[in-house]
Design a protein around this ligand. Structure first.
Ligand code: ADP
Length: 619
C-alpha cells in the first residue's frame, strides 16, 4: 500500500489548490461584473438618483434669486393678464430697487396693450442693465438671435430651455438636467448666473458639465419647491414689498396659473406633472450655476470597480462563509453600498451608480448559492459514507478486541494456575528457577490486568454505564483506594500522605468513583521515582468537593497534556519505559467523573511532578 504523503508535500499542494480556487472565484466575479456593467439599468438608477436628491439635507441657496408670479390672484386683482401698462408699472417699481437682473420667463409677445403702451414698457425695460426675456426655441449654429415683435424688439431675447428625461435615462419625463449651450450658442441661465459668479461664463469651468447630443449639459442641484422667495405680480406692481428687498437680486418673472403644462415640471422630488413651476426650475438652474454645485457623474471605471469589488465579495461570501454570517455580511454590503453612494452624493456631490452594484449582489448570490449547495451536498454525502465505514471498522475492531481478550483470558488463567501449583509445591526449586516462575506469575498478572481493562472499556463503549447512586463519604473511598495501592507504594518506598477534611456524604456511584481514585493513586505511584512523596487531599470548596492527588514524579510534557484524557493515549516517556499501562485509565476516569457532572483536570511540570484534581458537585 502506498504511504500517505508527508506533511512537507501536502502544504504546497494545498496552497496551489487554494490559489487556483481564489483565481477561479475572482475570474467568475469579474466576468459577472463585466456582464452586469453592460446591462442598462437606467430606470432603477433614476429612482436611486432621485432618492439621493430627496434624502440630501437642505443646503443654503445663494440668496440672490427672487421670484415674481403671475398667478390667479394677480389675474383677479388686475381683471385679466398683466398688460403692457401693468408691466411698465412693475418695472418702475423695481427700477428704484436696482436689481442685478430681470428675466421674463414666459411668452411676453402675446400681452395686451397699444403700440404706445408697449413702446413705453420697452423704453422702461431698456433702462435696466440686464433685462432678458426667454425664448422657447433654440439657436442653431450661425443662426441670428430672434427678436420680439414691434416695439418690444428692444428687449433681448435668449433661449432658456427646459430638459426632461423623456427618451433617455429614466424615461419618466422628470427634469434632472440643464442645458448650458446648444450647438455652441449660449443660453440664458449661464449668462444670468455669470453676473454673480463670473467663473461660469466659461462653460468648461462649470462642475459636472458633459456632452449630450451637440449640447453641453449638467445635472441640476435641486432644492424642493417653495425654496426660493416669491411675490405676486400685482403686489410688486403696487410696491407692496419692503424697500431693498430686490437690491442686487436676480428677479425671475413667470406664470403659475395652472392653465398649461408648460408652466410646470416634474422633479426628482415629485414625479407629478405639476411638481414645480417652470420659474422655480429656472431658479434652481441659475442657483446651481452660481454655487457651481452640479452633481458630477463618477467616471465609468469607478462604477465598474465598485461592481467588481462587490461581485468578488459576494462570490467569496457565498462560497466560503457560513450561511448566517454570509447573509449578515451581504446585508452589510447592501447597506454599505447605499451609505457610500449617498455619502459620495452628499456632501461630495458625486453620483456613483448604485443599481449595478446592488444587482451584482443579487446576481452573484443567486448564481452561486446553487453551486454551493451542490458542493455541500456532495461533501456531506462523502462524510456520511466515510462515517459509515468508520463506524463499521470501529465495530469490527471492538468485536475483535473483546473476542481476542476473552479468548486470551483462559490460557492466562491456566498459566497462573500452573505457576501457583509450581510455587506451592515443596519440590525445591533452584533460586534461578523460582525467580523465573515468579516473573511468569507477575507478567501474567500484568497481562490479565491489561485484558481486563480492555474488556471493561469495550463493555462500557457498547453498553454505556448505569449509575448506581448511593450516599457515600468520598474520604472513605479515597482511603480504600490508597490502601489498595499501599503495597505498590512500599515497593518503591513512596510515602502517601493524606489530608482529608471531614465531608458530608454525597450521592455518587461508589464503584466508579473508587475506580477513578484508585487509578489516580496508582498512576502517581507508577509514574514517580523511588523515595518520593504523594499527597492525597480532599476539601469542600465553592459548593464542590475537591480531591487532589499530587506526586513528585516524572511529570507530563506540556505538548502532551491536552491529550492525556484521550483513550489509549500514553505519553512518549511512558511508552518507552517498562511501566505497563493501557492508556484507558484517565479516559475512563474523565468519563465517570463527567457522568457525575464533575470535572477532572491536571497540572504538571515536566520533571517535577503532576497534580490531578477531581471536582464533584455537592448535590
Ligand atoms: P496508563 O494505563 O498508561 O497509566 P492512563 O490513562 O491512566 O493510562 O494514563 C495515561 C497516560 O498519562 C499515562 O500513560 C502516562 O503517560 C500519563 N500519566 C498519567 N498519570 C500520570 C502521572 N501521575 N504522572 C505522569 N504521567 C502520568
Amino acid at each position: 500500500m502506498a504511504l500517505p504523503p508527508s506533511l512537507g508535500e501536502t502544504v504546497p499542494l494545498n496552497r496551489n489548490r487554494k490559489l487556483l480556487q481564489t483565481f477561479l472565484r475572482v475570474s467568475f466575479a469579474l466576468v459577472v461584473a463585466l456582464v452586469i456593467s453592460q446591462i442598462k439599468l437606467d430606470y432603477i438608477e433614476s429612482y436611486l438618483y432621485d432618492i439621493r436628491v430627496r434624502l440630501k439635507p437642505f443646503t443654503n441657496t445663494s440668496q440672490k434669486i427672487e421670484l415674481i408670479f403671475i398667478n390667479p390672484e394677480t389675474v383677479q386683482a388686475l381683471k385679466g393678464n398683466p398688460s403692457a401698462k401693468d408691466q411698465t408699472k412693475l418695472l418702475k417699481a423695481l427700477f428704484k430697487e436696482e436689481p442685478l437682473a430681470v428675466v421674463y420667463d414666459y411668452d411676453i409677445a402675446a400681452l395686451n396693450g397699444t403700440d404706445e403702451e408697449k413702446t413705453a414698457w420697452a423704453i422702461e425695460a431698456n433702462k435696466f442693465k440686464n433685462l432678458y426675456a426667454s425664448s422657447k426655441g433654440l439657436l442653431m449654429k450661425g443662426q441670428e438671435a430672434p427678436k420680439l415683435p414691434g416695439p418690444l424688439n428692444l428687449i433681448s431675447l435668449l433661449p432658456a430651455p427646459r430638459t426632461s428625461d423623456l427618451l433617455n435615462f429614466g424615461k419618466d419625463g422628470v427634469t434632472r438636467r440643464m442645458m448650458l449651450t446648444y450647438q455652441d450658442n449660449k443660453v440664458l441661465q449661464p449668462t444670468i448666473a455669470a453676473l454673480v459668479n463670473p467663473d461660469v461664463q466659461n462653460i468648461k469651468n462649470i462642475r459636472g458639465v458633459f456632452d449630450f447630443i451637440e449640447t453641453d449639459q449638467a445635472y441640476i442641484d435641486f432644492q424642493p419647491a417653495g425654496t426660493y422667495p416669491r411675490m405676486e405680480f400685482s403686489q410688486v406692481m403696487t410696491s407692496q414689498f419692503s424697500t431693498g428687498r430686490y437690491k442686487d437680486k436676480i428677479i425671475l418673472i413667470g406664470q403659475d396659473l395652472g392653465i398649461s403644462d408648460d408652466e410646470y415640471i416634474s422633479t426628482p422630488f415629485k414625479r407629478e406633472v405639476i411638481a414645480m413651476t417652470r420659474l422655480e426650475m429656472q431658479a434652481n438652474i441659475i442657483d446651481t450655476l452660481i454655487k457651481n454645485s452640479a452633481p458630477v457623474k463618477a467616471p465609468g471605471w469607478l462604477n465598474w470597480l465598485l461592481v467588481a469589488l462587490i461581485s468578488i465579495l459576494t462570490v467569496h461570501v457565498v462560497l466560503a462563509m457560513k450561511p448566517l454570517r454570509g447573509l449578515v455580511i451581504l446585508g452589510g454590503a447592501f447597506a454599505g453600498v447605499f451609505v457610500v453612494c449617498f455619502l459620495a452624493f452628499w456632501p461630495l456631490g458625486y453620483w456613483v451608480l448604485m443599481a449595478q452594484p446592488l444587482l451584482a449582489i443579487f446576481l452573484c448570490y443567486y448564481f452561486f448559492i446553487p453551486y454551493r449547495l451542490i458542493v455541500e451536498n456532495r461533501r456531506s454525502w462523502e462524510y456520511y459514507q466515510k462515517n459509515r465505514l468508520l463506524r463499521q471498522v470501529e465495530e469490527l475492531k471492538g468485536n475483535f478486541i473483546s473476542m481476542m481478550s476473552h479468548d486470551l483470558k483462559t490460557p492466562i488463567a491456566r498459566i497462573q494456575g500452573m505457576t501457583d501449583v509450581i510455587l506451592a509445591d515443596q519440590v525445591a526449586l533452584s533460586s534461578q528457577q523460582r525467580e523465573a516462575v515468579d516473573t511468569i506469575r507477575h507478567s501474567s498478572d500484568d497481562l490479565l490486568k491489561f485484558i481486563n481493562a480492555i474488556l471493561n472499556y469495550g463493555r462500557i463503549e457498547s453498553e454505556g454505564v448505569q449509575l448506581h447512586l448511593q450516599s457515600k463519604d468520598v474520604n472513605q473511598l479515597l482511603t480504600e483506594a490508597i490502601k489498595k495501592n499501599e503495597f505498590l507504594g512500599k515497593l518503591k518506598r513512596i510515602q502517601i500522605i493524606s489530608e482529608l477534611e471531614p465531608l458530608f456524604p454525597v450521592s455518587i456511584d461508589p464503584d466508579l468513583i473508587k475506580q477513578v481514585f484508585t487509578n489516580l493513586v496508582e498512576n502517581a505511584i507508577k509514574y514517580s521515582p523511588e523515595d518520593t512523596k504523594i499527597m492525597v487531599s480532599s476539601e469542600e470548596k465553592d459548593g464542590k468537593i475537591v480531591i487532589q492527588v499530587a506526586d513528585q514524579g516524572f511529570g507530563i510534557p506540556a505538548d502532551e497534556l491536552p491529550n492525556i484524557f484521550m483513550k489509549f493515549f500514553r505519553s512518549m516517556n511512558a511508552k518507552s519505559s517498562p511501566i505497563k499501562g493501557s492508556g484507558l485509565g484517565l479516559y475512563l476516569a474523565k468519563y465517570f467523573i463527567e457522568l457525575h457532572r464533575g470535572a477532572i483536570f491536571v497540572e504538571s511540570s515536566y520533571g517535577q511532578g503532576s497534580t490531578f484534581t477531581v471536582e464533584l458537585p455537592l448535590n
